[in-house]
Design a binder for this molecule. Structure first.
Ligand code: ZN
Length: 680
């Protein structure tokens, strides 16, 4: 993105994020999910990384969160309670480590305990102060510098020790100890409280954190006592001589604090990924909500050396689980035709990760849905994915428009066959009843053995891709992404990967196979070879599909009939195909997709020049297609039907009606032995 464009986008993002935060924190209205909001913040963060001079102090990436409420006494934190920047992918994590090492000016001191990984609990960060081992003050994070004194409320949380003790000689309890940790609500408690609320006809909470946040700020401590909050401690402010962050957890445990048993020190980024992925898969087994992991440089000296940038330490990061919602941009809308001719609009998205996989398509259901959403091409939208289904566009963020967005209109004619499009209830359909079914037949042909030969992509899978809107035409096959395929049931990670690999591999195709793949009426494998030969004779080598179009678009019906095996009917069919703009569009799409044409092997010599063969029956020494290939390599031609132009009919065992035809026309008939002699 250019800088002026980035600047505009940054301004819009800041406004939009502030709007949603204000609604959430002040008006108590959730207009957008936390995940979608995170996605916007991430986009802002990335743009600011790219253009650091565009970072302003009022950017949402520079602040920590909620203002202190008036009702509670203010507490100045001795050390600011900062929070971590977020990473959402392995690339983000690698970028984080690179930034840190660049800042340090050297690689980290790698050991088997380089990083400390903790579960990131979706609760509230709290500071606990102990004096002479007694809990004297608890406060919220507030804006990071000033929080609220909620000591009385936190004292009702049983997991928080009111008095600390020394149990391990290694860790001496200082007279004043500042501890930080998380207060949260278990899933079980969350359900219990919501059931109670429902029975009372009172407000039902959206998530456990909302209840925890509401509870610790209750002015009546009895209310909080009735809600069984839980807590883990994870940080010590100040120096107990601990060399590693890990030691702080040990020390806290020895003092009687509750620490999370799943946290662990690891050696490398790979280990971090493993820890992250394990908990992303197994988070449901925990009785509390986690939304990612926190990764901290374990060595406290290195951690300190990293310092703070904006609101966050350089040497720590929150590696979030992949959200089930994200924001992205609608790059286009294409129509998918169903078997019965119904046209379904499908959004083409700027690739985005949702629920752990990268997707580039989302269904829009029907035209009414596009209007209901008020969606335009170019819009920033929220996409969400529930379970293993194709993602949906759930919201348009209209405030992020630039004015360049385009309306989508249903076309008046079908893009597949040019028939009129008619409205039928909420649906639009092609007026040709057979259009959808025919297109399917064509795509089955396109990936079949004689054509692109895409292994593993049978009719069932083609149907699936069409039904889900992943492909609209043959060229779309080449832009399928692993994530798109993975979405579909029955597709394990492996087979999605295999199919994408196979498709990429098959982008190189022999010219005659490519011509055959186009599904031109009356053009079988033989005729495709003859067309290919003609093209090759005229043009030499061609490599791009557009060159095929240019040649066949300029050839007359008469010229086509000079090609052996091409009668008037076939010539007209070829001519019509290459004079239809819809086919021109398709061939241009093949070009863009990077289809690369290869020439069939060179002709060895011209021993069989001007000799036309017809094969009938089966040969003992070679397959029929091998025989045709051999004829071709010697400059001869193999055709399907016997005519006066035919030089030889080769009769194998069980010859068919072609033999009778040859006898009738007086064409020379030879057996396998004589045929082999001709080839020598
Ligand atoms: Zn149609």
């Amino acid at each position: 993105m250019e800088k002026t464009q980035a600047k505009k986008r940054i301004e819009q993002l800041k406004k939009s994020i502030n709007h949603y935060r204000y609604a959430y924190h002040v008006l108590d209205k959730s207009l957008i999910s936390d995940e979608a909001l995170d996605s916007l913040k991430k986009e802002l963060f990335d743009l600011e990384q790219q253009f650091p001079d565009l970072v302003t102090s009022d950017s949402p990436t520079q602040r920590i969160g909620g203002k202190p409420l008036k009702e509670f006494k203010k507490v100045h934190h001795e050390a600011p309670m900062i929070s971590f920047n977020d990473a959402f992918s392995r690339e983000d994590m690698r970028a984080w480590l690179t930034r840190l090492e660049n800042y340090l000016g050297r690689p980290l001191r790698y050991t088997d305990k380089t990083f400390y990984c903790e579960l990131k609990i979706d609760g509230l960060a709290i500071e606990f102060i102990y004096e002479n081992s007694v809990l004297v003050q608890c406060s919220t994070r507030g804006n990071g510098f000033i929080g609220e004194d909620i000591t009385q409320n936190i004292k009702t949380v049983e997991a928080v020790p009111l008095r600390l003790k020394e149990t391990d000689k290694k860790y001496k309890l200082p007279s004043r100890l500042i501890v930080r940790g998380e207060v949260f609500l278990s899933k079980k408690e969350f359900e219990r409280i919501n059931k109670e609320q429902e029975a009372k006809g009172a407000k039902v909470y959206a998530n456990p954190r909302n209840i925890a946040a509401g509870s610790v700020r209750q002015l009546d401590p009895k209310v909080i006592a009735s809600r069984k909050l839980d807590s883990f401690q994870y940080d010590i402010i100040g120096d107990l001589g601990q060399q590693y962050h890990e030691n702080e957890h040990e020390a806290l445990k020895s003092f009687g604090c509750k620490i999370n048993p799943h946290n662990k020190a690891v050696a490398s980024l790979e280990d971090i990924f493993e820890f992250h992925d394990y908990w992303a898969k197994n988070r449901e087994e925990l009785d509390y909500e986690i939304d990612g992991i926190v990764v901290i440089i374990n060595d406290n000296r290195e951690y300190k050396e990293g310092g703070v940038i904006g609101k966050a330490p350089r040497a720590g990061i929150a590696f979030k689980f992949s959200p089930r919602e994200a924001t992205t941009i609608i790059e286009g809308i294409k129509l998918q035709i169903g078997r019965t001719g119904v046209l379904t609009p499908v959004a083409e998205l700027r690739s985005v990760e949702v629920g752990g996989i990268t997707i580039s398509h989302a269904t829009l259901h029907n035209y009414d849905e596009i209007q209901r959403l008020g969606l335009k091409i170019g819009d920033t939208v929220v996409v969400s994915r529930a379970g293993d289904v194709i993602p949906q566009v759930t919201k348009v963020l209209k405030e992020l428009r630039t004015g360049k967005e385009k309306d989508f209109k249903m076309p008046s004619v079908c893009s597949v066959d040019g028939s009129k499009v008619i409205k039928d209830g909420v649906a639009y359909r092609c007026s040709n009843k057979n259009c959808g079914a025919r297109q399917r037949e064509y795509l089955y042909h396109f990936v079949s053995k004689g054509a692109f030969d895409i292994d593993g992509m049978g009719p069932k899978i083609i149907d699936r891709f069409l039904d889900e809107g992943l492909i609209g035409d043959a060229a779309d096959i080449f832009s399928l992404k692993e994530g798109d395929i993975k979405l579909l049931e029955r597709f394990g990670e492996k087979s999605a990967e295999n199919i994408v690999e196979e498709i990429q591999l098959k982008k190189k195709i022999l010219l005659p196979r490519f011509i055959y793949s186009l599904g031109i009426i009356h053009v079988g494998e033989e005729t495709a070879i003859l067309l290919s030969d003609r093209l090759q004779k005229e043009k030499g080598k061609v490599s791009a599909p557009a060159e095929v179009w240019n040649f066949l678009n300029h050839i007359s019906i008469n010229e086509l009939q000079e090609i052996p095996d091409v009668g008037p009917k076939v010539a007209v069919s070829i001519y019509n195909y290459f004079h239809d703009t819809r086919h021109h569009d398709l061939i241009n799409k093949f070009n863009k997709a990077g289809i690369l044409l290869e020439m069939p092997p060179k002709i060895k010599n011209e021993k069989l020049k001007n000799k036309i063969f017809v094969l009938t029956g089966s040969l003992k020494s070679m397959s029929r297609s091998d025989a045709k290939e051999k004829i071709r390599l010697l400059g001869g031609e193999a055709t399907e039907s016997v005519s006066k132009k035919t030089s030889y009919v080769v009769a194998g065992s069980d010859p068919g009606s072609k033999l009778a035809q040859a006898n009738k026309l007086g064409v020379k008939v030879i057996g396998e032995k004589d045929f082999i002699k001709l080839l020598d």
